[in-house]
Design a protein around this ligand. Structure first.
Ligand SMILES: Nc1nc(=O)c2c([nH]1)NC[C@@H]1CN(c3ccc(C(=O)N[C@@H](CCC(=O)O)C(=O)O)cc3)C=[N+]21
Length: 285
């Protein structure tokens, strides 16, 4: 059995909080308070928990946090109007529209309406383009949080085989772009991929973001691999778990991020970090 290390997102998050608190204090000396707004539509239980966590962390750091909560019946136009208002609100450095949205609202249209300068999710088309070109303005928080966590544990990506399971715009694709920029050899796999476990088994770093509880077991994991679990699923008892069967792979991996306490807290760290960075941009004109 090899020594296994937990990628402890909670620990990394609180280690990084210190530096961010200092940055906010510096901004306040210049009479600038970083401002973050979150638009939440409906009362999806998971979304409400994530948003509550974001609020808690933002306020702890001294960020001005605004929650805008709409009923699930909100019209697309009402939502677009609110976005327009936030685009022009000088006290807000960045804002996000928590996904998923109800079916009657066109997600692409909503994301398109966000001023790309305030798009702290990095979901707007020109921010996605800038990321792939290698000149990012804002970065999707989950991907950015994963990179921050690996950096904290000195996981060097240069020349490594990275396999990503999942090709979403919010996780799989941005993780691929960011790891490519770190000189990794990146493979993106998905539901149509043939021989998935075989490909996954070649990974030095395996990133799993498919939204299926405990999908990945040790048949997918090379001895000594680093495994990043992006899942937010529920097991047969309704308990929060990831896309990776932790107990099954724990003696195979060299490092693994748990759920909860792994990528989730890092997602929030990356988001608030980015809001502070945008506020610093405002401070410097
Ligand atoms: N526009 C938008 N931007 C997002 O960044 C975004 C989104 N929509 N929709 C959903 C995903 C998911 N996401 C999480 C945030 C915090 C935790 C988190 O705090 N997780 C805790 C536990 C949470 C719990 O107790 O259920 C943990 O892993 O330890 C998880 C997931 C942000 N997302």
């Amino acid at each position: 059995m090899n020594e296994m290390e937990i990628l402890d997102g909670k620990k990394v998050a609180s280690a990084l909080d210190e530096k961010m608190t200092d940055r906010v204090a510096n901004l306040k000396k210049q009479n600038i308070t970083p401002g973050l707004a979150v638009i939440l539509v409906g009362d999806n239980k998971a979304s409400s928990i994530y948003v509550r966590n974001k609020k808690r962390r933002a306020e702890k750091l001294g960020i001005n946090f605004q929650l805008i909560h709409f009923d699930a019946s909100v019209t697309e136009n009402e939502l677009l109007e609110k976005i327009d208002q936030l685009n022009h609100d000088d006290s807000i450095d960045g804002f996000i529209v928590q996904l998923p949205l109800p079916d009657h609202i066109d997600e692409d249209k909503v994301i398109d309406a966000i001023d790309s300068k305030k798009d702290v999710d990095g979901f707007a088309p020109n921010n996605v383009g800038s990321l792939w070109i290698g000149e990012p303005h804002t970065l999707p928080a989950t991907a950015s949080g994963i990179l921050m966590m690996l950096d904290f544990y000195n996981v060097d990506l240069d020349g490594k085989n990275v396999v990503i399971i999942g090709r979403s715009n919010i996780v799989g694709k941005p993780v691929a772009a960011m790891m490519l920029a770190k000189n990794a050899t990146v493979t993106i796999t998905h539901s149509h991929t043939k021989n998935l476990s075989e490909i996954a088994k070649r990974a030095d770093v395996l990133v799993v973001a498919i939204g299926q509880a405990k999908f990945v077991n040790k048949d997918f994991v090379k001895d000594g691999a680093v495994v990043v679990d992006v899942g937010m699923d529920h097991d047969e008892n309704g308990k929060l778990c990831g896309d990776v069967d932790f107990d099954n792979v724990k003696d195979t991996v060299s490092m693994i991020s748990p759920v909860p306490g792994g990528v989730g807290p890092m997602t929030i760290t990356a988001l608030v970090d980015q809001v502070i960075t945008l506020a610093e941009g405002r401070a410097n004109g």
